[in-house]
Design a protein around this ligand. Structure first.
Ligand code: TEU
Ligand code: CA
Length: 539
């Protein structure tokens, strides 16, 4: 079967506010990305996914869009964007944009019109129902805390939002809304971008307002029946362009993902959100290795023949993986890289992951920016949780850990900007930064570069995935197999030495080391794995 370009590609996610600030106003920007294109190219990745850069009041850092066809002045201009696109393409790098069409900003002209009253032609662009100040149409809860409804005194109705109140959900049942969105999508694709990451796309269809929630509070807007019609429309447009589409599609199970991502599927791949299997007390949770292994292996299996996986361990919505799965050492970051990068699918690396950036030591709620963290903090206080405990709980898992500025150098503000950045730089920038790791042959950055090259070989693109030692709570072991070649990926994801007995069929005496973070490992039946040891054998 002919390979699509994105099946052999590796993505790099840029959170533009925090990547590189070219004009020293404390905010990363498009010229900053342009300046760093050689760095991205040198890393060896093939495409860049950029978080939203559209006009936005920034209640949710760009995920609240007030004009889909304008660049936020913080990031630059449309000319800057076109320059980025051209310069990236010149280097052989593709550009994927974020597409946020579940909701707009409340400052979007459509919503401003809708607010004018029930007769306004834009009223039905959003979802409204009769309400009183103390009686909402139903008791559904939003992802960011509190009711999904916001009361409008003027019309004695409430509008629906699954994220912040400033992010009203669009009414996809309205054909005019769909037409506007489809036109906007074509406009971007005609500009020459290489694809979309579709934000919160599994939420665009909602259950009837009298739907009763039983166990899952998000059930009324997670992959609800009827969504297929809209996805089919979107697919029709996407199919006209040689692009990649990646859906953020929580609630689409690994079984259902086959239909979403096979060759006839709506999208090329989806980000699953199930693998964040956490353990421990609130405020101290970590990733549970066994749980993570089970989820990702199930996705590998269910999409093996039909469908395609998007592989990731970090993004802008989660803490740094080396803090919640590793022990913040380079060794553990190399182990995590080895564990996830060689599975079947298209891997994504989040900015800073390649140098092992860690969580930020937050000590007060004022240091946080993320909207959801703040509202969850208020909610915990309301429930009677002590302020210090509430702080610990939200700081532990806040999305802001991954949003601190990229650490380029050991100079002030980590070389991100000469001004005070919009979010504080992690105080460990003098130890963890790009410049230092570029110079040092055994650095994590150089390990990533080596791993990325290896990842592009046919074995890791095409090979079947098979999990071994399935029940082991600390070690992940899997093989990738084609008719010609096999590789065993073996990683200790704990800070303890572990001894494992491998199944006989993977113990090949002629095996060669392809990649390792320990010196000269040898493949044998009984393996003693040092803390966070990682190795790949080929045979
Ligand atoms: O996140 C959305 C998101 O995580 C939910 O859709 C998810 O399905 C839910 O939490 C279930 O666990 C995206 C962006 O990544 C995020 O940064 C935005 O804040 C959000 O959408 C709103 O646009
Ligand atoms: Ca700037």
């Amino acid at each position: 079967m002919e390979r699509k370009w994105w099946e052999t590609a590796i993505g790099y996610q840029i959170y533009p506010r925090s990547f590189y600030d070219s004009n020293n106003d404390g905010i990363g920007d498009l010229q900053g990305i342009i300046a760093k294109l050689p760095y991205i190219k040198d890393l060896g990745v093939d495409f860049i996914w950029i978080n939203p850069i559209y006009a936005s009041p920034n209640v949710d850092n760009g995920y609240d869009i007030s004009d889909y066809q304008a660049i936020h002045p913080d990031f630059g201009t449309m000319e800057d964007f076109k320059e980025l696109l051209t310069k990236a393409h010149d280097l052989g790098l593709k550009i994927v944009m974020d597409l946020v069409v579940n909701h707009t900003s409340d400052q979007h002209p459509w919503f401003q019109e809708a607010l004018k009253g029930k007769d306004n032609p834009y009223r039905d662009y959003y979802l409204w129902a009769d309400a009183t100040p103390d009686r909402m149409p139903n008791d559904w809860q939003s992802f960011f805390g509190g009711s999904t409804w916001q009361y409008d005194e003027k019309s004695k109705q409430a509008y629906f939002h699954i994220f912040a109140p400033e992010q009203p959900d669009l009414n996809w049942k309205n054909p005019k809304v769909r037409e506007e969105i489809y036109q906007m999508i074509r406009w971007w694709l005609d500009l020459g971008i290489d694809g979309f990451r579709l934000d919160a796309i599994s939420h665009i269809q909602k259950e009837p307002w009298d739907f009763k929630i039983t166990d899952n509070p998000w059930a009324p807007f997670m992959n609800v029946a009827g969504i297929d019609e809209y996805m089919q429309d979107l697919k029709g447009i996407f199919d006209e362009y040689p692009i990649v589409t990646i859906g953020e599609a929580s609630g689409v199970t690994s079984k259902k993902a086959v239909k979403w991502t096979n060759r006839e599927g709506y999208l090329d791949m989806i980000f699953e959100l199930e693998h964040q299997v956490r353990e421990g007390q609130p405020g101290h949770e970590r990733i549970n290795v066994l749980g993570w292994k089970k989820v990702v292996s199930r996705w590998q299996k269910d999409l093996n023949a039909n469908g395609w996986n998007a592989l990731y361990v970090e993004n802008h919505d989660n803490p740094r993986i080396n803090s919640i799965l590793g022990n913040e050492s380079e060794q553990s970051a190399k182990a995590i890289a080895t564990a996830f990068l060689f599975m079947k699918g298209t891997p994504f690396i989040y900015q800073g992951q390649e140098i092992g950036m860690t969580n930020f030591p937050f000590t007060s709620v004022e240091q946080l920016d993320a909207k959801d963290s703040y509202s969850h903090y208020q909610e915990l206080l309301k429930q009677g949780v002590e302020p210090s405990e509430a702080l610990q709980q939200i700081c532990h898992w806040t999305r802001d850990h991954s949003r601190t500025p990229m650490q380029w150098q050991d100079s002030d503000e980590a070389g991100f900007s000469q001004a005070q950045p919009w979010l504080a730089v992690n105080p460990n920038y003098q130890e963890i930064n790009v410049a230092e790791q570029e110079e040092r042959p055994d650095s994590l950055l150089n390990f990533y570069k080596q791993a990325i090259q290896l990842r592009k070989t046919p074995l890791f693109v095409d090979g079947n995935y098979e999990l071994h030692l399935a029940g082991h709570p600390q070690v992940i072991a899997y093989t990738r197999n084609t008719a010609e070649q096999s590789a065993l990926v073996l990683v200790n994801l704990s800070d303890q030495e572990v001894v494992v007995d491998l199944p006989n069929r993977v113990v090949q005496p002629m095996a060669k080391v392809m990649l390792a973070n320990v010196t000269e490992p040898k493949l044998q039946k009984r393996m003693t794995l040092a803390p966070f040891a990682a190795m790949i054998f080929e045979y």
